[in-house]
Every structure is written in structure tokens, then in C-alpha cells.
Ligand binder design. Structure first.
Ligand code: ZN
Length: 150
């Protein structure tokens, strides 16, 4: 467990310092804003989806190390994935950070994201780790075209 904890800190520090895919995406097909008032984390998430595949994904915003690194790792991980895979990964990730048991196969599918199992011990941090994922789900449910017709 201490090995996982060290990896967890290392990866989080690295992605917080140098977030991947940290930019506005233009053009994009989906966009949503996320806010975690408990911690003050804010982010904007952008997606370019073509034929149900995430062609590109990016984010901007400001927040704590956990929320920033989680968004960074998520964007890195989901590029090229199908929407159905993405939705399944969201479920597994959500179970992982909330401490719901997941199978070894599901844990393996999450790859590097498995390090966020560490937040289980810190309930206040669960929202930080899952903010980017919830924002992603909101973005996918409300494509830009629809949002702009208001
Ligand atoms: Zn936070």
C-alpha cells in the first residue's frame, strides 16, 4: 500500500505541475463547466467527438492538486476512447473513489487512474477527484449545439 501511496503522490504532483491537455479546444463539439464549492475547484471541459469516439479532449481551470491532476489524467486517458467505454470507465472510477468494490478487471481497465483509490480515505477529496468526470458526463449529455440554442 505504501508503494501505491508514493506513486499516487508522485503522479498527482507531476500532473498538477504540468497538466496535460490544458487548453481551450477549438473546434469542439461538447463543453461543460464544473465547480466544486467545497474546495473551490473550477474547470471548463472541452470535447471533440466524432463517430462516438473522443477525438480530442482538454480542460482549463483552477483548483487543488487532486482536481487538476485528476482532470489531466482523465483527458490523457480518454483520448481515442469510445463514448460507451468512457461511460463504463466513469462508473468504475466513481466506484473506485467512493470506496465501492470493483473487480480486478475493472481496476486494470482504469490503468494509471487506479492511483485515485487513495482518496477513499479522505471523503472531502472524493469530490475533487471526481469533478472532471462529472463535468464530462454533463458535457456529453448536453452537446454544444443544444446548449447554444437558449
Ligand atoms: Zn479540490
Amino acid at each position: 500500500m505504501s508503494e501505491l501511496r508514493e506513486l499516487y503522490q508522485e503522479v498527482i504532483l507531476d500532473h498538477n505541475k504540468r497538466p496535460r491537455n490544458f487548453k481551450e479546444l477549438d473546434p469542439h463539439s461538447h463543453h461543460a463547466s464544473g465547480h466544486n464549492p467545497l474546495c473551490g475547484d473550477k474547470l471548463e471541459l472541452y470535447l471533440l467527438v466524432e463517430n462516438d469516439i473522443i477525438k480530442d479532449i482538454s480542460f482549463i481551470g483552477s483548483g487543488c492538486a487532486i482536481s487538476t491532476s485528476s482532470a489531466s489524467l482523465m483527458t490523457e486517458f480518454l483520448k481515442g476512447k469510445s463514448l460507451s467505454t468512457t461511460k463504463a470507465l466513469f462508473e468504475h472510477f466513481h466506484d473506485l473513489v467512493t470506496g465501492t468494490e470493483i473487480s480486478a478487471d475493472q481496476l486494470e481497465e482504469l490503468g494509471k487512474l487506479a492511483i485515485f483509490a487513495g482518496v477513499q480515505e479522505f471523503p472531502a477529496r472524493v469530490k475533487c477527484a471526481s469533478l472532471s468526470w462529472h463535468t464530462l458526463m454533463n458535457a456529453l449529455e448536453a452537446p454544444e449545439e443544444t446548449a447554444q440554442t437558449e
